[in-house]
Design a binder for this molecule. Structure first.
Ligand SMILES: Cc1cc2nc3c(=O)[nH]c(=O)nc-3n(C[C@H](O)[C@H](O)[C@H](O)COP(=O)(O)O)c2cc1C
Length: 359
């Protein structure tokens, strides 16, 4: 029985992907210490492209030297990273799956850089690790950095970028009503809190080719220790981003089976789909392991699903789980299995530290 997951996907700008199964962005610490692409990173993406994923998302990639949040994180803030991105684009797209770089700045959660504390919308509160309030010049610079990084990805043959507006990193810190306590034009009302993300989106759209995909990932509501997000504000932000030229919206839900926190009778996917232009694909991610779970997101109106942990455990999820109807492998797993499945040692060790991942 054929699955709607295997139908081609069309982005708002007309770009296409061979199916609706995305490799979710997965930080894996396996780049070189200076952010240059490693053979392990290349092998990891190649293995999932070979496995039939229709869109390949890179791990979160810092756009400024002071935006790095983890050692071994991918980077795109300088031309010395260009050659590595060319290799990633080539291996990802060898099977026809577009490569999207996830563009990111850690903000308050970045590592100290050149002896200076990280910065965010507003300064740290008592009890938090120290970070400072961004100056207007820092904000203008980071917008320029996002735009330069997107151009760099385009020049290396990558098919698009996703702005990481989720999970409490810089773009999300500005959106948050609790993390952003500014009173200037970058904080206060939602129009001001959304300005950084919108100016990045508009700025990239203005310089890349029309066929280059530019999308955004949002956390629609609070999750874990993430605060200051509101469902209705997120719906408004998504609508603005559609006006600004977004080609897709990626909802990071952690558990895509759940209803919204604010309105427990409503699921987030139809809410966003109905709020947005009909040609703008909504991608759903979080806790999707089986074919049924993935197809149920499409039935709710999502155009595609993104898989994280199930893609780590099932390199060939599209053929194994969707085409052949087999059950997915699940956690706990073993280091030996992960190594054999295309993960480098740094990624294996990173996963080993996550509760419940390893046997
Ligand atoms: C090891 C690991 C690394 C992750 N790194 C990123 C990242 O770089 N960017 C991001 O937006 N989400 C990241 N996530 C979140 C995933 O993209 C995904 O949304 C989440 O794991 C829920 O989906 P899943 O249940 O299919 O794994 C990460 C998750 C894991 C497990």
């Amino acid at each position: 029985m054929t699955s709607p997951l295997l139908a081609p996907l069309r982005f708002r700008n007309g770009a296409t992907a061979p199916n609706r199964i995305w490799l979710a962005p997965l930080t894996n610490l396996q780049s070189h210490a200076d952010g240059v692409v490693s053979d392990d990173e290349q092998r990891w993406l190649a293995s999932r492209a070979d496995g039939g994923f229709g869109i390949m998302e890179s791990a979160a990639t810092h756009v400024s030297a002071d935006g790095q949040a983890w050692p071994g994180q991918l980077a795109a803030y300088d031309d010395r990273f260009t050659e590595g991105w060319r290799r990633l684009a080539a291996v990802s797209q060898a099977k026809g799956a577009p490569l999207l770089a996830q563009l990111f700045h850690g903000g308050a959660r970045a590592l100290p850089h050149d002896g200076r504390a990280p910065w965010s919308a507003s300064p740290s509160l008592e009890g938090e690790a120290a970070f400072t309030e961004a100056t207007p010049a820092q904000i203008e610079q980071v917008i320029a950095d996002f735009i330069a990084a997107a151009l760099r990805i385009e020049q290396t043959g990558g098919k698009g970028v996703e702005l990481h507006g989720a999970h409490g990193y810089l773009l999300c810190q500005f959106l948050s009503a609790t993390m952003n306590r500014r009173t200037d034009g970058w904080g206060g009302p939602l129009e001001h809190r959304a300005r950084l993300l919108r100016e990045v989106m508009q700025g990239i759209r203005a310089v890349v080719q029309p066929g280059f995909i530019v999308g955004v990932r949002l956390s629609p509501e609070n999750f874990g220790n993430l605060t200051g997000l509101d469902l209705d504000e997120s719906l408004q932000v998504a609508k603005w981003l559609a006006d600004d030229g977004a080609d897709f919206l990626h909802l990071s839900l952690w558990n895509a089976a759940n209803m919204t926190l604010k309105r427990p009778a409503e699921h987030p996917v139809p809410l966003f789909v109905q709020a947005l232009p009909s040609d703008l694909p909504v991608v759903s991610a979080g806790g999707i392991w089986t074919r049924e779970e993935a197809e149920s997101q499409l039935a709710l109106g999502a155009s595609a699903v993104a898989l994280g942990r199930s893609a780590i455990l099932n390199a060939d999820w599209p053929s194994r789980v969707v085409e052949q109807g087999e059950e997915p492998r699940r956690t706990p797993t073993t280091a030996a299995f992960l190594r054999a499945s295309g993960l480098g040692e740094a990624f294996v060790n990173y996963l080993a530290a996550r509760p419940g991942f390893m046997a």
